[in-house]
Design a protein around this ligand. Structure first.
Ligand code: SF4
Length: 220
């Protein structure tokens, strides 16, 4: 079986297992997803959703975020950690959207990467979940499980993204990241994957013992 066929089959099985797997950050508008994703660095999506429930009421539009003071924003997002840098990025990216993009979040990678605080992971998330542009989000779950499955040998997210784009059909790119998160939370846990309960264990190189050194440095 080729890696392409194996990856497609894994995606098909996991889609059955997690039919509701989707972005777990709450948002209504693309700019809200951008802000939620900035807040999500080293913080759980559940915590971010608690913060944004109040935040999006207090700051109902980009203008409000762009004109917020650094100290107020820090106070409002303090509970999600790294709050100084995140507050700075939120205010700066909101300002840039207003100044350069007429208040609209761009849908292409190059423009998104110009926004302060936006890296490839957030850019792919916005492209896939706000604009329906096929994009592979490689977070720690995705990186770890994709390696365990034997669909990449890399640890660097950009290389993993490239490997996945080469073997996954485009229509699966966006859902792959969500399936990996759902699977990582439920069965393929970082501390100890429960391989005997895993519906893809016959397709997983780690479970098959083909490669046993896949959980290397950089795992979450
Ligand atoms: S078989 Fe085990 S290591 Fe492979 S994806 Fe399933 S839980 Fe993870």
């Amino acid at each position: 079986m080729t890696d392409q066929n194996r990856a497609s089959e894994i995606a098909r099985i996991l889609k059955k297992k997690y039919p509701d797997a989707e972005c777990t950050l709450n948002f209504k508008y693309p700019w809200q997803l951008m802000i939620a994703a900035i807040l999500a660095a080293q913080c759980t999506d559940a915590r971010v959703n608690i913060i944004t429930a109040d935040l999006f009421e207090k700051y109902p539009d980009l203008e409000a975020f762009a004109s917020a003071s650094q100290s107020d924003m820090e106070e409002d997002i303090r509970s999600c950690g790294l709050f100084r840098n995140k507050a700075k990025a939120i205010i700066a990216s909101s300002s840039m959207l207003l100044e350069r993009y007429a208040g609209e979040v761009p849908s292409d990678m190059d423009a998104l990467l110009r926004l302060p605080g936006i890296g490839r992971k957030i850019a792919n998330l916005i492209m896939g979940d706000s604009f329906g542009v096929p994009a592979v989000v490689v977070d720690t779950h995705c990186a770890r499980i994709t390696r365990l499955l034997g669909l990449t040998s890399h640890s660097d997210p950009v290389r993993i993204e490239r490997d996945l784009m080469a073997i996954l059909p485009k229509e699966i790119w966006t859902s792959w990241g969500h399936l990996m998160v759902a699977h990582g939370r439920e069965i393929c846990k970082a501390r100890q994957p429960v391989c005997e309960e895993c519906p893809v264990n016959k397709l997983c190189l780690y479970a098959l013992g083909v490669k046993t050194d896949l959980r290397g440095a950089g795992d979450a």
